[in-house]
Design a protein around this ligand. Structure first.
Ligand code: ZN
Length: 301
């Protein structure tokens, strides 16, 4: 049997799966201040009476020599030697990965990527991230940080990014970036309905989509711009990796056509060097289960 643990900033989900990847048992709880204790309880519960072959752990950060780093959403684990702590809790074989990389594996085993061996998974939500699947395997790079597309620079001297660079894909194409651009547009244009739709003046990507549904011109332009930057990022990936497909997931994509149509429109304007000069874009299929399925997929044979 296999255990998957999806550790997130708001919740932790654990699942028990058989060798075919079927989830037999699952449990979700709010992320507690003492995450290790919480993980320990979940592993004890799920391993009781079972022979556990491997445990997969998806994290919103990175692992360096077993130590969790870059964990702003679960600061309790930042700097913790996770591999050592987990082995103290329950000695086993652990596969610990960044959650976006795990999500790419979730799509490979369970989702839109199951019929492909070479694809790029891109997640666009509050940030931009992803994972690279080459020959049916996750490619993690020399240090485990491959797939951080969100921090490739699309616009030198563009808006500052949390990573310290300027004009990163994440600072231009994410839901957070869209909301920031919308706030700036509202300050300049009294004609947009974004302002009245925003409760307590809180402008979000969803508010922009709501305004676009009312055919608000500024909102439509903002979504076009957002689509342009996401298309630019994707075109760079297509020319770099020549994947069979690009699979797009993440919170912003739940806005459906309002997200995808501007993206497709812009994507057509870039010169792609593959023979068809186009790329097949698929929507991720794992949805809200992505985290757990990714963690399980890390552990599966
Ligand atoms: Zn960045």
């Amino acid at each position: 049997m296999y255990i998957g643990l999806d550790v997130g900033g708001t919740k932790i989900t654990a699942g028990l799966a058989d060798a075919r990847g079927e989830i037999l048992q699952r449990e979700t709880s709010k992320t507690a201040p003492n995450v290790l204790e919480q993980i320990s309880a979940l592993i004890q519960k799920f391993s009781a009476g079972q022979k556990i072959a491997k445990i997969g752990v998806g994290l919103p950060g990175q692992l360096k020599n077993g130590v969790a780093i870059n964990m702003p959403n679960v600061p309790q684990l930042n700097g913790v030697d996770l591999l050592a702590e987990l082995n103290k809790i329950y000695p086993a074989e652990y596969v610990i990965e960044n959650d976006a990389n795990a999500a790419a594996l979730a799509e490979l085993k369970y989702g839109a990527g199951r019929n492909y061996k070479n694809f790029i998974y891109v997640t666009i939500s509050t940030g931009v991230g992803g994972g690279i699947i080459i020959d049916g395997h996750l490619y993690t790079g020399a240090n485990g940080t491959a797939g951080e597309f969100g921090h490739t620079v699309l616009l030198p001297d563009g808006p500052p990014c949390n990573c310290g660079n300027r004009g990163c894909w994440e600072a231009l194409g994410s839901g957070t970036a869209l909301a920031k651009m919308a706030a700036a547009a509202v300050a300049e244009n009294s004609g947009t309905r974004i302002k009245e739709l925003a409760k307590d003046n809180r402008i979000t990507a969803e508010i922009v989509v709501e305004a676009a549904k009312l055919e608000d011109q500024i909102a439509l332009e903002l979504l076009d711009k957002n689509g342009y930057y996401n298309a630019l990022g994707i075109a760079n990936l297509v020319n770099t990796f020549d994947p069979e497909v690009i699979i797009i997931g993440g919170g912003v994509t739940f806005n459906g056509d309002y997200f995808f149509q501007p993206l497709f429109k812009s994507l057509k304007t870039f010169k792609l060097l593959n023979p068809e000069q186009s790329i097949k874009i698929l929507r991720a299929e794992c949805g809200k289960d992505t985290g757990l399925l990714g963690a399980v997929a890390l552990a599966l044979p």
